[in-house]
Design a protein around this ligand. Sequence first.
Ligand code: ZN
Ligand code: ZN
Length: 396
Amino acid sequence: MMQPDWMSEAESLQPRMVAWRRDFHMHPELAFHEHRTSEIVAETLRSLGLEVRTHVGRTGVIGLLHGSKPGPVAMVRFDMDALPIQEENDVPYKSRVPGVMHACGHDTHTAMGLGIATMLSAHRQEMAGQVKFVFQPAEEEGGGALAMIEDGALENPAPDVAFAMHVWNTLPAGNVIVQPGPVMASASDLYIAVMGRGGHGALPHESIDPVTTAAQAIVALQTFLQRRIDAQETAVVSITSIKGGEAFNVIPDLVEMKGTIRTFSEDIWKQVRQGIEEVLEGVTSAFGARYELKISNRVPATVNDPKATEWVHRAAESLIGSDHVLRAKPAMVSEDMSEFLSRVPGCYFFLGSLDESRGFAAPHHSSLFDVDESVFKLGAAIMSKALWDCLQAEGK
Ligand SMILES: [Zn+2]
Ligand SMILES: [Zn+2]
């Protein structure tokens, strides 16, 4: 059967994707406040004939596209939220909302998502299976993916495979990064309290000094990571805040610390977690202090399934050439697409959007962030083809 020409279809949709993107860019909305964005998404999906569910995980939208042949369910996810940043770009589509900006490119994801829905829905007569379009709120501060999952995003129907992409401003436009295995880290917030017994700064032996104990614990944590975790594995623990005491001459009762934990595998995460506990236990007991440990807001690592990754890899190779399909070191940042990918096998890939010569080089989350819009057609074509091929092959 004839395969649609995804690249030329995406090319003809390019002006519409740019228009959608600029509209979203001018009207950015923060996490769980994506009301206007999700209304436009829902309206557009309805106009394409998709079965639409709104207010999934508060401001999320799901559109279901039924093919006319039996087959599996492929999910594709686009995040919609902006950041609390004042835009400093001088462009006609500059954010009109003071202090709020699409500085990560989620406006481009939403626009490409509508483009992909437009293309695939035009071919539903030949399409196998179903595509579940998931437009997600609150990726940046986290919680959006989980909110949608708790609201049934992975039911009726349950997806067999899941895809997502992110524009990437360190990768030159025209290239993608696609690889199996871990692509982004897991992240957790770490809180540690060291409880001692305050006293006079001149008489430390009469107190239990939580400051010295905390200092030992920080050093011991780093030593633990270096000596007890396999050097070929990745584990980062950063203590990013330490607070205790006020006066020059008073030993405080309490020191509080905050930090972050990053790993790529479940096994290493468990080792790190247990190690933190053991270090705190050992160090505090040596100094007669006590501790409290809280690890919260954990986002799993984003790990690509080899089979699902093959669909994206092949689609990208055939559309942009194998020289432009690259691999890279996994990123230490995290992404809550991992909530979906830890439940459904899938693939998350990076779409290059850097063009230094045209001034699109600012990093993500910068007030000067902007992307090379000409890559929308590549992202839309690659994603459409990966979805299509996967559904056709599995639907036979
Ligand atoms: Zn971001
Ligand atoms: Zn992002």
